[in-house]
Structures are given as C-alpha cells and as structure tokens.
Write a protein that binds this ligand. Structure first.
Ligand code: MD3
Ligand code: FE
Length: 210
C-alpha cells in the first residue's frame, strides 16, 4: 500500500485497484451532504432490509435516483420505489458534481444508496453485482464515524486488506476491483463529531442501468 502526501487530497491512495481520496471533502462539504441525506430520509425513510436468508441487516438504508437498492426473502435487487410506494428522491446535485469530477468518462449515476451505520452495525463481505454492467465505476463517500473497511478478491477467501475510512474520504472503485469482495467489519462509534449522537453515513453512487 502506498501513502499519499498530506497536501495531495486529489492524489489517491491506490489499494488493490481502488482509488482512495483521503480527506477530499472538507467539513463544510460534509455538512452540505449530510443535509442532503436528511432531505432524502424525509421523503424515503430508512429501513433495514431483510436478506434472502431471512436475517435483518444491521445497516439501515434508503436511496435516491431512478433505482434504489432493496432486499427481502426474494433476493437482492434494484426497485423503482421506496417500500412506502413513493418514488425515490432525485440524486442531489453536489453528488452528481462530484461524480463528474472523479469519473468524467462514465455515464451519470442513476442510483445513490444511503447506508446508515448505528452503534454495532456492520456489513459482511459481499460483491456488488446487482447492476446491469460492471464496467462502470462506483463512487463511495464516507461521513461521520470511522469505519474499518476490508477488501478482498474477486473470489471469496484469500488475502484481504483493511483500511479505516474517515469522514470526507471518497473511494472510486473501477476496473478489476469492481467485482472484489468487500465489507465493513466495524465502526468506531462516536469517533467523529459530524453526526450528532454518533453514526456513520456511506453514500454509493452507481450506474445501475435498465
Ligand atoms: C468495493 N458499502 O453499499 S463503500 C455497499 O461503507 C457497500 O457502506 C460499504 O459495500 C460501506 O455495497 C463500502 C466502498 C465500496 C463500495 C462498493 C464497492 C467498495 C467496493 C464495490 C466493489 C468493490
Ligand atoms: Fe458493496
């Protein structure tokens, strides 16, 4: 793993094909996004999806954009409406602007998944393969408490690498890394003062297609 200079917010750390822009978003930019997340939540309240195996995820979720991620006994998929029946709210403009900056060659995202981590929440190792086309990158933004993120390989098992994702970090996942197994082992609850009462928000922008 290589390390970046302190001044180089736009020089990404390269880990297994991921580009990690540490501290790309300053505190003001983080607060703007947190307000956008609050607005999304008012229209599309977060819920804890049930996995096909019948377990309730510890992470609460909601979405913005044409496609929102959903899961229940029938499987993982994208749906065009929140469980309440309302359409997902539009993807906030500052997120589209960030995508244009960091993924200028990709089509614009049509989905923004909002992951909300409370105390003890985690996300097991998985692949993201519910999208129509794995050629497009994924952009992830971390806000609030630090998270121990783990990445593995395109097949289950083998060597993994872990890194703490902090508030304001942005990760771009593309190329071979797009189908790598990854997860969040734990968060350091209340390690950040951005979110009152503690917690972590992760936003993932994707081109779902269809
Ligand atoms: C590596 N979210 O929503 S973001 C997810 O922090 C998800 O909430 C995590 O994994 C979170 O699916 C990790 C960084 C990330 C996002 C997508 C990836 C890493 C990825 C897709 C492929 C490989
Ligand atoms: Fe994922």
């Amino acid at each position: 793993m290589t390390h970046q200079a302190k001044d180089g917010a736009l020089r990404p750390l390269l880990v297994k094909g991921f580009r990690i822009y540490q501290g790309l978003l300053d505190r003001d930019a983080q607060r703007v996004l947190l307000h956008e997340v609050a607005a999304i939540q008012r229209k599309a309240p977060p819920f804890r999806p049930e996995t096909p195996g019948g377990r309730r995820m510890s992470v609460s979720m909601t979405s913005a954009g044409r496609h929102g991620w959903f899961s229940d006994r029938h499987g993982y998929r994208y749906v065009s409406r929140h469980p309440s029946g309302v359409a997902w709210p539009p993807i906030p403009a500052p997120l589209i602007a960030l995508w244009r900056r960091l993924a200028p060659d990709a089509p614009l995202p049509d989905s923004c998944l909002v992951n909300l981590y409370g105390k003890g929440a985690r996300m097991g190792m998985h692949q993201d393969r519910d999208e129509a086309d794995f050629d497009h990158p994924i952009l992830s933004i971390s806000l609030g408490d630090e998270a121990l993120f783990r990445m593995g390989n395109v097949t289950r098992g083998g060597r993994t690498e872990s890194i703490w994702l902090k508030s304001g970090d942005v990760v771009v996942i593309g190329g071979a890394a797009r189908l790598a197994y990854h997860g969040v082992d734990r968060i350091r609850f209340a390690s950040s003062s951005l979110i009152k009462g503690g917690g972590r928000v992760n936003l993932t922008l994707r081109v779902v297609g269809g």
